[in-house]
Design a protein around this ligand. Sequence first.
Ligand SMILES: CC(C)(COP(=O)(O)OP(=O)(O)OC[C@H]1O[C@@H](n2cnc3c(N)ncnc32)[C@H](O)[C@@H]1OP(=O)(O)O)[C@@H](O)C(=O)NCCC(=O)NCCS
Length: 161
Amino acid sequence: MLGLPAIRLATPADAQAIAALSRDAIERGLHWRYTPARILAAIRSRTTNVAVAHGTGALHAFAIMDYGDTTAHLVLLGVQTTQRRRGLGARLLTWLEDAARIAGIERVDVECRADNPGAIAFYRRCGYRVQGVFPHYYEGRIDAVRLAKTLLQDAPDRDQM
Ligand SMILES: CC(C)(COP(=O)(O)OP(=O)(O)OC[C@H]1O[C@@H](n2cnc3c(N)ncnc32)[C@H](O)[C@@H]1OP(=O)(O)O)[C@@H](O)C(=O)NCCC(=O)NCCS
């Protein structure tokens, strides 16, 4: 993972680039729901962390996690096409899981498109287990796969990567 960009919390100035990456990398073929205004609301929310990684002035990756009392929901995770398979997605996810663990979160849930086997493989590699399939979850036509990971409170899961 040497040479990967630093991860930090997003600021309002990041909203446009995050929304564009969501549209292009995650929401392709669907209506654009995570618009700049919605991303801005997530950045400002007290129960949500929006994490970003930049390289040479451009957004390389981002992830959004919502926190409840004991569970968290990974809302979005996207890495620019040119930056994939460098460990950046896993690093962002670990960063958010570490924050969740400190907040006392016991489990992280995520849904991803069933037509995205690469993402499912990624989450499984990161310690997530498939919980089930939700037919027609996205706009009534694309199935979702739900995955979840139990967070060990006293031992970060870094050695799973
Ligand atoms: C899924 C995604 C976030 C992974 O990010 P990434 O930075 O490329 O992932 P990493 O480099 O950290 O991968 C870690 C491990 O996960 C697995 N993995 C990642 N992408 C994979 C793929 N496309 N196919 C199979 N396994 C994959 C591999 O085991 C990988 O380790 P390796 O490269 O040493 O083999 C990225 O491909 C992406 O943004 N895709 C489009 C958006 C998306 O699908 N988001 C997730 C749903 S919201």
